[in-house]
Ligand binder design. Structure first.
Ligand code: ZN
Length: 312
């Protein structure tokens, strides 16, 4: 009998939902708004209603559903308890239990960066491998660490917070987390623009970047590809910091593959090639053969990973 799974990636403005066959084939994708008012009290009932509606529409019975996987933008314990989610208005809430009660189906919950990593391991850039580190270069830097097919969650759900590895003792600007010198301050889209502006201020050379306002990370990569020396140095600095940080991550979890995703990764192989170069320079011997791949599932990685969670 065909089995189905639902993936629900809850974000601060919309929830992405997906109906999958458990083989990994996606049958339907849609979105509903995330109602964050009143402490986000409607979010789970809205999701439950959306799933019930889809099951009626597709004539799917509860017995045909393997489960519902949910990704949330905050720390989650391995039991599915969310420990505060500022973007959703949530305090501590047992999402797995509440959702199972609402739907009468098995539910698994994970952090959004971790489920994206599971998605890429299952059907994306890490397909076929079991030891995967995913790095999402977006507004911030997200991380997901998978060893032997399992997400490293940690005692408080903070496992895999690669974006907040300290890479610079001398940084004076604060990171969103309160520390100074986090990887995210250099390797995120915001970080790349910050670094580019610093370089333009301290450097008198001509650069195409000077005429661009507002400057984006994409502009920096495009200018570097077009031969702009200043932009190229910004890209070089960013990939060096990231490559070295990942060489240290490899010393802890020794992955088969690093999957690089997020908006910044659209710059393409220029990122993976250069990060790999700097990674190799600082790599521990037995970690040298790690692969660097671009993520392939884009914004859908989360819903894929949600479904992967419920497969066992
Ligand atoms: Zn930080």
């Amino acid at each position: 009998m065909k089995k189905y799974g639902f993936g629900v990636d809850i974000g601060g403005t919309t929830c992405k939902l997906g109906l999958f066959e458990t083989t990994g084939m996606v049958l339907d994708k849609w979105e509903i708004p995330t109602r964050t008012e009143n402490g986000g009290e409607n979010i789970l009932s809205d999701v439950a209603a959306a799933i019930a509606e889809k099951m009626t529409e597709k004539e799917i019975l509860k017995t045909q559903v393997q489960g519902i996987g949910i990704g949330v933008p905050g720390p989650v314990t391995s039991e599915g308890v969310v420990l505060r989610c500022v973007n959703l208005g949530w305090d501590i809430i047992n999402v797995a239990k509440e959702m199972a009660e609402r739907t009468g189906m098995p539910v698994k919950v994970g952090n959004d960066a971790n489920v994206a990593a599971l998605g890429e391991m299952w059907q994306g850039g890490g397909k076929g491998r079991k030891n995967v580190v995913m790095v999402t270069l977006g507004t911030g830097v997200g991380g997901g660490v998978i060893t032997d097919g399992k997400v490293v969650t940690g005692s408080k759900g903070a496992g895999g917070e690669i974006g907040h590895i300290i890479v610079n003792d001398k940084e004076t600007d604060p990171c969103g987390c309160g520390q100074r010198g986090c990887l995210e301050q250099y390797a995120s889209a915001t970080g790349i623009v910050r670094m580019a502006k610093k370089k333009l201020d301290s450097d008198s050379r001509e650069s195409a970047l000077r005429a661009i306002d507002p400057l984006t990370a994409k502009d920096v990569f495009d200018a570097a590809k077009a031969g702009d020396a200043v932009a190229d140095e910004v890209v070089d600095d960013m990939t060096k910091i990231l490559g070295r940080a990942l060489a240290n991550v490899a010393r802890v979890v020794n992955p088969d593959v690093f999957v690089i995703g997020g908006g910044v990764s659209k710059a393409g192989s220029v990122i993976t090639d250069r990060v790999k170069k700097y990674y190799d320079e600082k790599s521990f011997n037995s970690c040298l053969d790690a692969h660097f791949e671009l993520a392939t599932l884009g914004n859908d990685a989360g819903i894929y990973g949600c479904v992967q969670m419920i497969l066992e």
